[in-house]
Write a protein of this length. Structure first.
Length: 370
């Protein structure tokens, strides 16, 4: 937008240069105040500040001004130009503010609006339990070791003092894979089995650790294991175990009992204690079952613990000398203990779950409780 009354860019005869500067200033500010939007203001800028602007033309004609007045005229021109730029800046800021208000109004969020709650994923209860167990044992000075789920007969049985035809193998309902060489031990159904199987416990990891690491050894071995079990309230064909192994000089059954007491207090709380009962396992001698105070009644006696105040948690014992020898460890110099228990069952006990199958039905209503 331009004005038809804009003063020309030359010094007019009969009109003082100060009047022309004042008129040019007023004309420029008037045009600025008449624009309606940022686009018009931008289009006006060459007219206001360009080479052909009125104030700019007057400044170029300073040579026609008397020498005595040049300083005063120059000051008046500079002031006029500063006033025009200030007026331009104020109008520009106003347009920017208006545009910002319009944008905020358009993009305004209703903070009172109730949005549908989105579903968030979480770790499975068994994974939570396994990680909690690992944290407890790491805090006690243990490392965490893992191994393959498909194992050889050597690592799963023979190295653990369970040679071919050993009667204790009947304790395990093993899932054999159709891989590797056939063994003399049958598959339990009248045929031969291969020497590759799905591990029935995480003890093979202990063998691998002892083979590859010199004592002393302090490690736990969590992981998935497999048995030919029919799924019911307390059994699954696929479940999880954690086993511990300590090999050092001078290790005794007292150290085992103390370690289990320390673990029980750290994981369940100070009110829960552990005890050992004589038992038999081919890979430990002596062997024991270890129980803990019932987590439901804290030893008072309830239906869960059959009024005994105790719940069986797992098995343990001193590592059999044959197992140490199979791993190349001198049983005269080194002794150790091992223990193990089911992670799934521990989760059931800790949270009062009655049926193991509930954890694997993928029922979100059940899983989101944990």
């Amino acid at each position: 937008m331009t004005s038809c009354n804009r003063p020309t860019g030359r010094i007019l005869p009969g009109v003082s240069v100060y009047e022309q500067i004042t008129q040019a200033r007023a004309s420029a500010i008037g045009e600025i105040e008449q624009v309606d939007d940022m686009e018009s203001l931008t289009a006006l800028e060459p007219v206001l500040f360009g080479k052909k602007s009125t104030l700019g033309g007057l400044k170029r004609l300073m040579g026609e001004v008397d020498a005595a007045e040049k300083a005063a005229v120059g000051q008046a021109l500079n002031q006029a130009q500063a006033d025009v730029r200030q007026a331009h800046a104020m109008v520009k800021e106003r347009f920017i503010a208006e545009s910002r208000r319009e944008q905020l109004e358009t993009e305004r969020l209703d903070l009172t609006e109730s949005l549908e709650k989105s579903m968030r994923g979480r770790l499975h209860l068994v994974t939570q339990t396994m990680e909690r167990l690992e944290d407890v044992f790491v805090g006690m000075g243990f490392t965490v070791s893992e191994g393959p789920q498909a194992e050889t007969d050597w690592y799963n049985f023979e190295a653990l003092n369970l040679p071919a035809a050993h009667p204790a193998r009947s304790m395990f309902d093993t899932l054999y894979l159709d891989l590797g060489e056939r063994t003399e031990i049958g598959d339990g159904e009248g045929g031969e089995a291969t020497n590759i199987l799905l591990r029935t416990h995480t003890s093979p990891v202990q063998i691998r650790v002892m083979e590859s690491n010199p004592p002393p050894i302090y490690t736990v071995c969590p992981g998935r294991v497999f048995r030919r079990d029919t799924a019911d309230a307390s059994h699954m064909p696929v479940f999880h175990q954690i086993e511990g192994l300590v090999i050092d000089r001078g290790i005794s059954l007292t150290d085992l009992a103390g370690t289990l007491n320390e673990f029980t207090a750290a994981y369940f709380g100070g009110a829960i204690r552990s005890r050992l009962r004589p038992s038999y396992f081919p890979f430990t001698e002596p062997s024991a079952e270890f129980d803990i105070t019932c987590v439901i009644c804290e030893g008072e006696g309830c239906q869960t613990c059959q009024r005994t105040g105790w719940i069986e948690l797992g098995g343990c014992g001193m590592v059999h000398p044959n197992v140490l020898s199979n791993c190349g460890i001198d049983s005269e110099e080194w002794t150790g203990f091992a223990f193990g228990f089911g992670i799934d069952r521990l989760a059931l006990m800790r949270h009062g779950i009655k049926d193991l199958r509930d954890m694997y039905t993928n029922d979100v209503r059940f899983l989101e409780q944990f």
